[in-house]
Design a protein around this ligand. Structure first.
Ligand code: F6R
Length: 594
């Protein structure tokens, strides 16, 4: 997590740094800081809280004028969010910002810095003291010597008062990009690279770069100069706007039909990457985190139904430390919006160690997971800014449907007429998702009542259970209401003891032949006083409130229409509770630490 930025140009750096940090704020937003070399020395300003706090503090200073600077927006890992733990950190003439985790910082501190005074609780401060300790008169040497000692993940931007024409960058495992034009910018992602940049470089692991106003020179950690090719600018470089919506999350919910249409078109229309022809495997793994894992739960049902091949779905944090039974004949599908989730990236690496073929289903072009997967399917959700994912999740579902159909086709596990019907249905699915958005007013009314409760439950069976899991996560992460998702048949094995008069239970009744079983579960909780809200495309359910969802173009794709009311429910509940919807507490959009 954390976002880093650097500017080296001919105008005042501070406004650019603040603006860049606002674009990177999705990566972490509990504190922020900038450092600017003002022609005489490096001056620093750091503030707990949002970038706006930092911006006001910077405005009040008259010594923060200079053309070279670095900045950071933080998601705390080592030490609480406060002014002194905020980056940049300083030692002697060096000031630096860091994204990642230095795993051996305690050892380094004990071995090399026993007498050093630390002013923060961060792992990062060790790095700047080490550089300073290694420095006599050559910045690059001091940085390279330090980089070789570091374990973990790090993207660093460093400035030194003795070389105020240069930003030094170091990368291992955390992303870092450099844009060069007649000014240079350095950033964790493309959104914060200057629009004046003509050349873009994506740093590789084990690289150091010396970035002046007009060029970047790359080295390995032994300081051998490296030839480096430029990268393409992606089409999504322009800043995303709210376009009249009050929050990015709402805008992104309404962008779902387009996200699904574009994703389906890319793979069913065969416009770009043709999906790979791989041999029929014994078993398939799907690995992901959070909502992407929930998309995987739906993917499993679709792939198993169409291919009859067993699919195991695992959270990446468990998969990476297990002894997964993967081998050359068990493809591993890793799903990730950001393409940078540390556990998911580690899962790809683990799967490859075992000889498995890896598929990334990724939204962010050229992200680490996309680059490291053997095959990549890009979801076409566009930039997602709200921390709680909506359109990327929907695009992941669409990609998984397309992959399931593709597998069934190449392995001959399903009749061609069935597959052609499914393709036809998938091609039209976005139309039904658009119709599903029409339930907003009803969901707003239900949300108004939900906003006052402490707990809620989501139950479902099959795809309905996968949806219950996603709906529960969405509601808890943005409204802070405690909620749980259960396979509907499981509730009576313990949790039903929590149901009392008025407890809200959302029953996600997917069209999977288990509607009667769901009705029994609704009856069980109703009998104990629960207020049941059924989400269903059938008109038969007996519940206190029924939300009639739009039927998908095929029952196998019902998750795509039934998730819409549940997302709107979470959004409006959080809004009634006055929560910070796009930036919920304690979270960040891109989870680049494990
Ligand atoms: C929840 C949410 C997270 C992410 C998870 C994985 O709304 O967004 O649960 O789904 O952190 O992130 P990616 O997909 O970037 O790997």
């Amino acid at each position: 997590m954390c976002g880093i930025i650097g500017f080296n140009g001919s105008v005042n750096a501070a406004p650019f740094l603040i603006d860049g940090l606002k674009k990177l704020e999705y990566r972490g937003y509990d504190s922020a800081g900038i450092a600017v070399y003002n022609g005489n020395k490096t001056v620093t300003e750091k503030r707990k809280g949002r970038i706006s706090n930092l911006a006001s503090a910077v405005k009040r200073r008259d010594d923060m004028c200079g053309n070279l600077g670095i900045g950071h927006t933080r998601w705390a890992t080592h030490g609480e969010a406060n002014d002194s733990n905020a980056h940049p950190h300083k030692s002697g003439k060096f000031t630096l910002v860091h994204n990642g985790i230095i795993e051996n910082h305690t050892l380094l501190k004990e071995k090399y810095l026993p007498l050093c005074t630390f002013t923060s609780e961060t792992d990062t401060e060790t790095v700047v003291h080490l550089i300073n300790r290694h420095y006599s008169d050559n910045c690059l040497e001091a940085i390279a010597r330090t980089a070789k000692l570091l374990e973990g993940s790090f993207a660093l931007a460093i400035i030194c008062e003795d070389e105020p024409e240069t930003i030094f960058c170091v990368k291992k495992s955390s992303p870092l990009l450099i844009g060069i034009g007649n000014e240079a910018t350095v950033a964790s992602d493309i959104s914060a690279i200057s629009c004046k940049a003509e050349k873009l470089y994506r740093m590789d692991d084990g690289e150091i770069a010396a970035v002046t106003k007009t060029q970047a020179v790359f080295y390995d950690f032994d300081l051998n100069i490296k030839e480096k090719a430029t990268s393409q600018f992606s089409a999504e470089r322009s800043e995303s706007e709210k376009n009249g919506y009050e929050h990015y999350m709402l805008k992104e919910i309404f962008e779902q039909p387009e996200a699904v249409r574009k994703t389906v078109e890319a793979y069913l229309g065969n416009k770009e990457n043709t999906l790979p022809l791989i041999n029929k495997p014994e078993r398939i793994f799907i690995v992901a985190c959070g909502s992407a894992y929930h998309a995987g739960l739906v993917g499993r049902i679709c792939i198993e139904k169409l291919t009859k091949i067993p699919v195991t779905v695992e959270t990446a944090s468990e998969f990476r430390y297990s002894d997964p039974l993967t081998n050359a004949s068990t493809p591993v599908i890793v799903i990730s919006q950001s393409g940078e989730t540390a556990d998911s990236l580690a899962a790809i690496r683990k799967a490859k160690e075992n000889g498995a073929t890896t598929f990334g289903i990724v939204n962010v072009p050229e992200s680490s997971i996309a680059l490291e997967s053997d095959y990549v399917m890009y979801t076409k959700a566009g930039t997602e800014i709200a921390v709680a994912t909506t359109k990327a999740y929907s695009a992941q579902l669409a990609a998984l449907y397309a992959l399931a159909i593709h597998f069934a086709q190449i392995w001959g596990t399903e009749d061609n007429t069935v597959l052609n019907n499914l393709k036809d249905a998938l091609g039209k699915l976005h139309i039904k998702i658009r119709e599903a958005l029409g339930c907003e007013e009803q969901m707003r009314e239900i949300a108004q009542q939900l906003a006052t409760v402490q707990n809620a439950y989501f139950i479902g069976r099959g795809i309905g259970y996968a949806l219950a899991a996603e709906a529960s996560l969405k509601l808890k992460e943005i409204s802070y209401i405690h909620c749980e998702a259960y396979a509907a048949g499981e509730l009576k094995h313990g949790t039903i003891s929590l149901i009392e008069q008025g407890t809200k239970v959302f029953a996600v009744c997917s069209p999977n032949g288990l509607e009667a079983k769901m009705q029994s579960n609704i009856d069980e909780v109703s009998a104990r006083g629960a207020q049941v809200i059924a989400i269903t495309d059938s008109h038969k359910t007996k519940a206190d409130i029924t939300v009639h969802t739009v039927s998908a173009t095929h029952p196998l794709f019902c998750a795509s229409t039934q998730i819409v009311p549940l997302q709107l429910l979470a959004y409006h509940t959080a809004k009634f509770r006055g929560c910070d919807i796009d930036k919920p507490r304690n979270l960040a959009k891109s989870v680049t630490v494990e």
